[in-house]
Design a protein around this ligand. Structure first.
Ligand SMILES: NC(=O)c1ccc[n+]([C@@H]2O[C@H](COP(=O)([O-])OP(=O)(O)OC[C@H]3O[C@@H](n4cnc5c(N)ncnc54)[C@H](O)[C@@H]3O)[C@@H](O)[C@H]2O)c1
Length: 381
């Protein structure tokens, strides 16, 4: 049995994702539960080293959570041999340079998505990690959501028969920032700062589709900037140069057609902020972040089109909730635990920077498809 303490350099912890999902709900939560359990029964505890640009903010965070180490000097943190892992949740634009430095310093690397702004850079990053022989990974949190785990269970159990199509609806209204503060950072709405909903969400859809239904073989997208100007964190008006909505059609190997709307300019009339409807010959399901409902072919009503009479059937009542049948832990933490086991014990970890590059490729093809007004094939990376 082996016990370890790993130094984890965490860059971007003052941000939304870095702070809440990765520092508090993953790394600190792992330590609170006594560490990550290894296959041999040993345990790994993590020693976070908070890295960022603002010393005062880092000191405040460290103090609030009893974290001993923080610095604005990334190079110094990477030079310390006790720091084994580099984690990056910075703005996307800052990711590649910092992660390449960590790879050059021999660190294992784990990053938020998208791994880069362009497929060229994403491949460069994956290649650098592979050449250096360091363990590497990208956050693919949606796979660990209870709703999608239930969907995966239905697929594995053969519930759907032949799967025909997937319809995804993602989005909510992001306030413009004038009369109510925006609930997302302003860089998300500037393409020159790495923003845009395609670059943000298509990498998620790429791994969700690939892992559940099959890899994407072609992409068609219509993209829009519905809200042309917004107000930033300091109340300044700015031009929204990045896309805030994308209407995508993805053809999957095996013939499944997936159609996913992503929008920050839509009001929610759904049970959850993202929902996927999957239709198969034997049954259908609607999965959200947490819930999943099904309708088997034996319980499928037979609607007859007649607009002359009011609808009496309550269609949504004819669906059945899929039970949890398991405890679902926080998906970000579960993936961290898998990555730590991968680093220390060499257990498999399919969510590599190479798979992250496939996500960036799907985003890039989505934007190009829109610009060229045509469907584009996905060629192997
Ligand atoms: N997995 C998910 O579901 C998910 C959700 C949201 C965002 N993300 C990704 O996480 C990353 C961070 O997003 P966020 O929403 O936390 O952003 P954020 O703006 O809240 O945080 C960005 C962090 O990067 C730091 N930073 C470093 N260099 C910077 C620079 N030049 N300009 C501005 N900030 C800089 C900031 O200080 C901050 O700590 C992005 O790559 C984003 O795509 C992932």
């Amino acid at each position: 049995m082996s016990d370890h303490v790993l130094g984890v350099v965490m860059n971007g912890v003052t941000g939304r994702m870095g702070y809440r999902q990765h520092l508090v709900r993953s790394v600190l939560a792992i330590n609170e539960q006594g560490g990550v359990t290894l296959p041999d029964g040993g345990r790994v505890r993590l020693r976070p080293v908070l890295v960022g640009r603002n010393a005062a903010k880092l000191a405040e965070l460290a103090d609030r959570h009893g974290v001993a180490d923080h610095t604005t000097d990334l190079d110094a943190a990477l030079a310390d041999p006790a720091n084994t892992i580099y984690f990056d949740a910075q703005v996307t634009q800052a990711r590649v340079a910092a992660t390449l430095k960590a790879i050059a310093a021999g660190k294992h690397v784990y990053t938020e998505k998208p791994t880069a702004e362009s497929v060229t850079e994403a491949i460069r990053l994956a290649q650098a990690a592979e050449d250096a022989g360091v363990r590497n990974g990208v956050v693919q949190d949606k796979l660990f959501l209870p709703g999608l785990l239930k969907l995966k269970r239905l697929i594995d159990g053969g519930f759907f028969g032949q799967i025909l199509s997937v319809r995804g609806e993602f989005g909510y209204w992001v306030f413009e920032g004038d009369w109510q503060a925006a609930q997302r950072p302003s860089w998300n709405y500037r393409s020159e700062d790495g923003g845009g909903i395609v670059l943000d969400m298509f990498p998620h859809w790429a791994y969700v589709l690939e892992n559940l239904f099959g890899p994407v073989v072609s992409v068609y997208a219509q993209v829009s900037t519905h809200i042309p100007e917004r107000w930033d964190e300091s109340g300044q008006r700015y031009k929204a140069t990045a896309d805030d909505a994308a209407y995508g059609v993805f053809e999957l190997a095996g013939g499944v057609i997936a159609q996913i709307n992503s929008s920050w300019a839509v009001r929610v009339n759904r049970d959850e902020l993202v929902e996927f409807q999957v239709d198969g010959t034997h049954g259908s399901a609607v999965a959200g972040l947490r819930g999943c409902r099904v309708q088997h072919r034996s319980a499928t009503p037979k609607p007859v089109w007649n607009p002359d009479v009011p609808a009496t059937a309550r269609f949504r009542d004819g669906w059945q909730e899929v039970p949890d049948n398991a405890e679902f832990d926080n998906g970000f933490k579960v993936q961290w635990e898998q990555f730590i086991r991968h680093v220390v014990a060499g257990t498999p970890f399919p969510y590599t920077l190479r798979s992250g590059a496939r996500g960036v490729q799907i985003a890039e093809l989505g934007l190009r498809s829109h610009a060229e007004g045509r469907r584009l094939p996905v060629t192997g990376l």
